[in-house]
Design a protein around this ligand. Structure first.
Ligand SMILES: [Fe+2]
Ligand SMILES: [Fe+2]
Length: 245
């Protein structure tokens, strides 16, 4: 896929890093902890200059926003397809399904706003992802509550890893700037915070799925591995050639 440039001035996509709030340990705590902040600027850094993004960094950030927006679209469609079937048979799951859908819709809106703000072209594969995501949601819901939860477990495991990789890459970029004596500006700081918050919410969905018998799905191993491979393939389609070296 051709790489897309951020149209805004390169220096606008930078910021200082702040630590995220600590959270209680859970099934996914290790994933969360793996991208804990490693650097923090002091107020004395405020006079430092910002370093313009390289073309490689602009391409990376553009593809990151694009794949995140496409992924969150898919998430809303999976929950939209699953919810009616699951809630009809298991009314007690209505609040949980609604809660997870609402968070996915908010994530989608966040990345819609970001790709609009930075003039990043959205995915051209909307129709394909829409059909695949709705089909995945519907088919796992037909298989039952456990399979639907196994779908969430698989998707959120991959998405949690995906967001962690993005956070790690951006933190490495920030550490490099700081080592070179540059400051890090507000937009990168905000992006890291946004990615951390969304990553944490995805991993909460993973915990909810496990608590609701995802691992009792039959056959759990096959179902989750097929879905996880599909997620990795979809992510690779977007970011495979634009990783930061
Ligand atoms: Fe999401
Ligand atoms: Fe999610």
């Amino acid at each position: 896929m051709a790489s897309i440039r951020l149209a805004r001035p390169a220096s606008s996509f930078c910021s200082r890093l702040i630590p995220s709030a600590s959270r209680p340990l859970s099934t996914s705590a290790v994933l969360r902890a793996s991208t804990s902040p490693t650097t923090e600027s002091s107020s004395s850094d405020s006079a430092k200059k910002l370093k313009p993004l390289t073309q490689e960094q602009r391409d990376y950030l553009s593809s990151a926003l694009r794949v995140n927006q496409a992924g969150e679209l898919a998430a809303t469609l999976i929950y939209s397809a699953q919810s009616p079937l699951i809630v009809r048979k298991h009314p007690h799951l209505r609040p949980l399904m609604a809660h997870m859908y609402d968070q996915e819709a908010a994530h989608f809106s966040t990345f819609n706003n970001l790709i609009h703000k930075h003039r990043v072209r959205p995915t051209a594969l909307y129709p394909l992802w829409s059909v695949l995501a709705s089909g995945l949601g519907w088919s796992t819901a037909i298989m039952g509550r456990e399979a639907a939860m196994a779908c969430t477990e698989a998707v959120e495991t991959e998405i949690g890893n995906h967001y962690n990789e993005q956070i790690r890459s951006i933190l490495e970029m920030i550490a490099e700037w700081e080592a070179q004596g540059y400051d890090v500006s507000g937009e990168i700081k905000q992006l890291v915070d946004t990615l951390r918050r969304i990553r944490d919410e995805e991993l909460e969905h993973l915990d909810h799925a496990v608590e609701n018998d995802a691992r009792k799905a039959e056959p759990h191993w096959l179902l989750t591995n097929v879905i996880r491979a599909g997620c990795r393939g979809a992510i690779w389609e977007y970011v495979g050639e634009t990783k930061l070296k």
